[in-house]
Ligand binder design. Structure first.
Ligand code: HEC
Length: 181
């Protein structure tokens, strides 16, 4: 007789289940094992959570992807033929902007993880987290608008929208990122 799993104990559901469905026991056990495996897989990344240094390095890599995406928009914003590339690059930026608030867990600032002077995340991020997250949200909006505008054929509108990106990145960098050496 196997023990009732934790979620089935204590409310009498398990006993009748075992009595009338003994032959299903194996099935149930297999299902439970499968569930444990699936839930377990979900927890592996948590168990192997990134170190503060890895968090900093991986967000810098993602920020560099933003720089690359900005370059692709810059190259392709001048004519309608480039609009599909603009949409693709703005999509990268949009996804990164959504994830950005999660790239800055406490304890990954430039004082905690100096990385030889290469960590530029100022303490202000955590002192004004709502404002910081708001700057990420603004980039999310600017890029979402670009995805919509560049899906059309109004090239002037695309060029106008492109002008909003620099300030969206810059507003955050000027307050929350230490000057790069
Ligand atoms: C919400 C704030 C925020 C926004 C918005 C933002 N960044 Fe950043 N960015 C940072 C911070 C903070 C760092 C420093 C991270 C670190 O050193 O760990 C950084 C680092 C970078 C770096 C790495 C510099 C280096 O070599 O260390 C690049 C490149 C970059 N950002 C580009 C961009 C671009 C391009 C955009 C807009 C499309 C953008 N960022 C939008 C906050 C932001």
């Amino acid at each position: 007789m196997i023990r009732a799993p934790w979620f089935a104990r204590g409310h009498g559901l398990w006993q009748p289940y075992m009595h009338f469905h003994r032959r299903k026991e194996m099935k149930f056990r297999t299902l439970t094992l499968a569930l444990v495996a699936v839930v377990g897989l979900g927890f592996v990344p948590l168990a192997l959570a990134q170190s503060p240094m890895q968090v900093h390095e991986s967000r810098v890599a993602s920020m560099k992807e933003l720089g690359g995406a900005m370059g692709r928009i810059n190259q392709n914003q001048k004519e309608v033929a480039g609009h599909p590339q603009v949409v693709a690059a703005a999509t990268v930026i949009n996804n990164h902007a959504k994830a950005m608030p999660g790239w800055f867990p406490a304890g990954t600032d430039m004082a905690a993880v100096p990385n030889g002077g290469k960590n530029h995340a100022k303490a202000e991020i955590w002192q004004a987290k709502a404002e910081f997250d708001g700057a990420a949200k603004n980039l999310e909006t600017v890029s979402a608008d670009m995805i919509r505008i560049a899906a059309g054929t109004d090239n002037n509108a695309v060029q106008e929208q492109f002008k909003k990106f620099g300030p969206a990145c810059g507003a955050c960098h000027s307050k929350f990122r230490a000057p790069l050496q």
